[in-house]
Write a protein that binds this ligand. Structure first.
Ligand code: ADP
Length: 257
């Protein structure tokens, strides 16, 4: 990776060749470093659930045979942690496949309006602690990867629920912004600072732990959502204010998505 051409003083074509080559090597080096960081962060994240499972397995071994309560607590914790780990591995696999360019979006025609209504209904069923409302008054059909698009929208809604205290309001709306279709997910939650906002789409990024502790998460959701939206030629906008709430807007060009 330290290989670089040095042909100063020679013909222009050679200089140009050296420049192109060096630029390519810089890009490869950059990619290599990001991959190294990804593997290291991923291994770090996987250590926690493994340590928890090991801890409970030890507890089972020592006391679980005679103590029914310990037995049940350990089984529940192991099941829960294994599920967390499965979710984490699914996310890591998606990111790794995207990085290797082996991931392909499976596009089909579907109604975005119907999808949003479905997601809102499902969310209202599982969450009774927030006011979840919608502002969806137009029929929009998309040519996109239905499963992945649903996954991305869910990520924004799940975050809105996670980072909004009970009693808060979440509004999902479908409208237009210029020539684009705009899906907005707005909450009245804890919000983020300007500095934090700059990193929300980074892998493994989570804001100030003291404000978000006990919320689980690995800081991968928004990185995945960004790949999905950008992979459909879409754009993302975010506005947020600490203590007031956040709004994430997905902009999609209906004709080219
Ligand atoms: P996580 O799994 O930790 O939620 P994400 O990538 O989805 O990971 O989000 C990254 C971080 O951005 C979160 O840890 C949280 O600190 C912050 N965040 C995301 N959405 C919101 C929101 N709606 N309100 C406040 N903070 C948010």
């Amino acid at each position: 990776l330290n290989l670089r051409l040095n042909v100063s003083g020679s013909k222009n074509e050679l200089k140009e060749l050296a420049l192109t080559f060096n630029e390519m090597m810089n890009r490869i080096e950059d990619h290599y470093n990001r991959q190294k960081q990804f593997v290291s962060d991923a291994s770090h994240e996987l250590r926690t659930p493994i340590a928890v499972i090991q801890g409970y397995a030890d507890m089972l071994d020592r006391w679980g045979k005679n103590d029914k309560e310990v037995l049940q607590e350990s089984i529940d914790a192991i099941k829960n942690e294994a599920e967390n780990m499965r979710e984490l591995i699914d996310k890591l696999l998606f990111l790794a496949r995207h990085d290797n360019s082996t991931f392909v979006f499976q596009k089909e025609e579907f109604s975005l309006t119907e999808m949003l209504s479905e997601i809102i209904k499902e969310t209202q069923i599982i969450d009774s602690t927030h006011m979840i409302s919608s502002d969806i008054n137009q029929e929009v059909s998309l040519n996109a990867d239905k499963i992945r698009m649903k996954q991305a929208i869910r990520i924004f809604i799940d975050n809105a629920l996670k980072y909004t205290p009970a009693g808060g309001k979440i509004t999902v709306s479908l409208g237009k912004e210029g020539n684009s279709i705009a899906v907005s997910i707005k909450d009245t939650g804890i919000g983020m600072t300007k500095e934090e906002l700059e990193h929300v789409f980074d892998r493994f990024y989570r804001v100030d732990q003291s404000r978000t502790k006990d919320k689980g998460g690995h800081g991968l959701g928004l990185a995945i959502a960004k790949i999905i939206i950008l992979g459909h030629n879409g754009k993302l906008k975010v506005r947020s204010k600490v203590g007031e709430g956040s709004e994430f807007i997905i902009l999609l060009d209906v004709s080219t998505s």
